[in-house]
Each structure stands twice: as C-alpha cells, then as structure tokens.
Ligand binder design. Structure first.
Ligand code: NDP
Length: 333
C-alpha cells in the first residue's frame, strides 16, 4: 500500500519535490483500532501551514513523516467494538491508501444519506466551518449585506447560501467566470465579482454593495480584504476564517494599518477555528443535511482521480482550480 510523505518543506509555492510517494506493508490494527481503506482523501489549504516549520494553530509535520488528511474510507478490519468490515467512516487519517486509527477517533458515515464524499465537504469540516463562522461569529441579520471571499470554494459556497437562507443580500468574490456563473445562476448569490478580471476591485465591490457591508467572511485576505475594508458599515462584523492569499508568501506584507476604519465603524473583527466547535458538530450537521436534502443548499465537488495525483490536487487549491470542495478519489466505493 502507498502513502505520501513530506519530502521537504516548500519555500513559496509547493512543488512536486516536496512530496514523496512510498510503498509500505499494509499496517495492522492494534486493539481498539481499525484498518481503513481510503475512498476519498481531502486536500485543504490549512495543510500548507503544516508543511511549514513554524508555530501555527496546526502542528507542523516532520520531514519524512506521512502527512495527515481528512479521509472517508471503508473499514477493512476492525478490532473495535462498534465498527465492522464494510462500514464507512471518516476522520483524520493519512495521505495514504490504507491507514489504521482508533475507533474512538472515527465517525461513521451512513451511505444511505447521500454520497459518502460529502462527509469531507458540505457535510464535514468545511460545512461546519461555514456554519459556525457565519452564524456564531459573524451573526448576520436579515437585510444585511454579506460579502464572502473564495465564495466558490468548499467553505465559501456554504457561507453564501446560509447567509441567503438567513435573509441577507450576498456578494461573493471568486477567480473565474465559471465560478461566478455558478454563484449567481445556481447558488442564488445577488452578485459575484471575478477578482482576477477587474482592474478596479474596490470599485467593483462598492458597486455590488451600494448599502455598504455588514458582514465580511474572509477566506483569503490580501487585496480582496483591502477592497472590502472601506465599505464596512457601523457595527459590521468580520469573521476571519482564512488568509489563503498569503499562505505561500515568503515575506508577509506589513500588517493591518487601516484600523482607523474600525473606530469609525465600531466593527468587530474576530478570528475563529472550527475545532473550537468540536462538541457542536452534530447540531451543524443536522441543519446542513436538512438543507441539502430539501434542496436549499447546493454543493459541488472537484474530484481528482488517483492517489498519485493528490499533490496536484493540493497545489491546485492555490491556483483556484477547484469549484467547490477539492477531493482525491483514491478507490471506488
Ligand atoms: P477552497 O475550496 O475555498 O479552496 C481555496 C480557494 O482559495 C481556491 O479555489 C481559490 O479560489 C482561492 N484562492 C487561492 N489562492 C488565492 C489568492 N491568492 N487570492 C484569493 N483567493 C485565492 O478552500 P476551503 O473552503 O477549504 O478553505 C477556504 C479558507 O478557509 C482557507 O483560507 C482555509 O484555510 C480556511 N479554513 C479555515 C478554517 C478555520 O477553522 N478557521 C477551517 C477550514 C478552512 P478563487 O478562484 O476564488 O481564487
């Protein structure tokens, strides 16, 4: 069986040289553990932080070690009461075709409730991030103008739709015309801006938000946040979810200077981590799966086939190649 290991730490954009594909003996589950065959592996922007040898909210990976990933897989062998061969589970496993995990660290996925891959996207970590980041941190009220960046991504696409279900006017930014069309034609966004196709981003955001901005759900930072900032309304809320535009930066541009805007607007800027909501996943997943089932919440998955293509799928996140959740299909279910 094969696994991907961190060969070296990237400087700037990750490259193929940073990843090493190795073949190993299939691991054996110990007492309380199960052996899982990966069906889908997630690749996520936060993994870039774990490739770096620096303190961040996620522990750095060691060079030479297998990398971790959210996985949906099938139990092959179980030494855990409550799981048996054939069960579908999800949890943090490895960039690997097979991995062992303790049964307590896995959550069972019911294949009758829809495609099992959704446990890594709309009905998994990204969906839960969108749910609590929007509803708990940004607290939109009906009539608010909500702006979300990386709006066609896994988190952003859920944020925008939840905001709309909450009665907000929703504006998204994304990096291709295909994404813009998906947002406005299929997801019900009131406006969407292709930030790669405008030389006046500030003007485009202002035009899309004639009443200013009450909520900004920030996935990217950088120039998009700069364009949003002057439009923050009195008592607006900024939920800082991610800053992907600088994850590959070797030198981070000088930090926020336009804080005067916060005095005038009395805006609240708050970062958050989905892992702080660990005890409340059930609540979010219940609501999200109801929305999906009733047709109120749409999702897309960008599936790259083949375990050997996992690094490409990961690197594609920084090029905006994914519409919706980026996944790697490792084996057929
Ligand atoms: P996405 O599915 O949104 O994929 C990443 C997207 O980011 C790309 O598709 C691309 O879309 C956009 N992007 C890439 N580079 C840039 C850039 N330089 N400038 C602007 N946009 C860029 O990923 P996720 O939904 O999984 O994650 C979204 C954000 O949320 C990330 O920043 C991630 O780190 C963060 N996150 C935070 C969590 C938390 O607990 N705080 C939990 C989960 C995610 P485009 O075409 O628009 O450029």
């Amino acid at each position: 069986t094969r696994q991907w290991r961190l060969e070296s730490r990237p400087v700037g954009e990750p490259t193929h040289e940073n990843f090493d594909l190795v073949t190993i003996d299939r691991p054996e589950p110990g007492p309380g553990e199960v052996l899982v065959r990966t069906l889908y592996q997630s690749v996520d922007p936060y993994m870039r932080g774990r490739m770096r040898d620096a303190e961040s909210y996620a522990e750095p990976w060691d060079v030479g070690d297998p990398m971790k990933a959210g996985v949906v897989g099938e139990v092959v062998e179980s030494r855990y009461d409550g799981l048996e061969a054939g069960d579908v589970v999800t949890g943090e496993l490895l960039w690997a075709e097979h991995a062992v995990a303790h049964g307590d660290d896995l959550r069972q996925v019911n294949p009758d409730h829809g495609p099992v891959s959704t446990a890594l996207g709309v009905l998994g970590m990204p969906g839960v991030t969108a749910y609590f980041g929007l509803l708990d941190v940004a607290e939109p009220t009906p009539g608010d103008t909500v702006v979300v960046s990386a709006a066609a991504g896994a988190v952003g696409s859920v944020v925008g739709q939840l905001a709309r279900l909450n009665g907000a006017r929703v504006v998204g930014t994304a990096g291709s015309d295909e994404k813009i069309a998906w947002l406005t034609d299929d997801l019900g966004f009131d406006a969407a801006i292709n930030y790669k196709d405008t030389d006046d981003l500030a003007g485009a955001v202002a035009e899309a938000c004639p009443d200013g901005i009450d909520v900004y759900f920030d996935n990217v930072g950088g120039p998009i946040t700069d364009a949003v900032w002057p439009l923050l309304n009195v008592r607006s809320r900024v939920a800082v979810c991610g800053q992907i535009s600088i994850y590959n930066a070797t030198e981070v541009p000088t930090g926020p200077r336009k804080l005067g805007k916060l005095i005038e607007s009395r805006a609240r800027v708050e970062g958050f981590l989905v892992r702080d909501y660990e005890g409340r996943w059930g609540e979010a997943l219940d609501r999200l799966s109801t929305f999906v089932r009733e047709g109120d919440l749409h999702y897309r998955e960008n599936v790259v086939e083949g375990f050997e293509n996992a690094p490409d799928a990961f690197m594609g996140l920084f090029e905006g190649e994914n519409v919706g959740k980026q996944l790697v299909e490792v084996a057929e279910y």
